[in-house]
Design a protein around this ligand. Sequence first.
Ligand code: PGA
Length: 280
Amino acid sequence: MTAPASFWLGTSWKMTKTLGEAEAYADDLRAAVEAGSVPPELRLFVLPAATSLATVRDRLDGTGVALGAQNAHPGPDGAVTGEVSMSMVRDAGASLVEIGHAERRTLLGETDDMVADKVAAAVSTGLTPLVCVGETAAERTHGETSDVLASQVRAALSRLGGSRPSELLVAYEPHWAIGSEGRPARPADVAEGLAVVRRALDEDLAGTPTSVLYGGSVHAGNAADLMTGLDVDGLFVGRAAWTAPGLLDLAHRCADALRQRRRRQPTPDLVSAIVRKDPR
Ligand code: PGA
């Protein structure tokens, strides 16, 4: 697994926003990009509801903000009432597709099998999967977190056959940390879970650019701590980024934290200079 250099920051709007609200958000975001107030080291993404994908695509065109769907059906276009296909969301502007979010797993019965089919369908349609994995509160209490995470990651990748995504995003989102009922996690609560996810990806996806994100009650007060305290390539946010100013505020906090993190990590040149000076 190869970790890309830039840092992801994105939001799913979940089941919120009329078309007018989606347009207003996109216009605010576009204005911020055009004013140069989005830190360039961040890769922003927004996952609107399917109803506003195309209009948000039009309004964010040329801004560099990536667009994604919150879900899509794994099958080819055809007689599946109420669903939208991978190719339909791609046509509407998505380059990412979220798969296996906790709310879909718990409220809508999305299983590891369905996640596997969706990941394979996304990859064959040229979409970047954003796969969500996470343990429930009960699984955590029973000490099952590592097994659950490793098996969710392996299941998600199990139907790829020989094909590999050109890029993959995996968000570790413990169910107990998500939403208004969720308990915001401290870095120490979730560091091991993130490490398990990375190890499982390393086993299966050597050489594929893969980013591991953290999500679950990320907000202005904890984003910097999570970033500096965790080995993460991005943050995935719900409520705190449901307004454009909310997302932009987080973007600035993340950019500051990223600079701090880089200051603390010695560059390879510095490491070799130290080794040369002190060869032991
Ligand atoms: P939240 O949602 O930030 O509102 O907890 C996170 C998510 O579901 O990805």
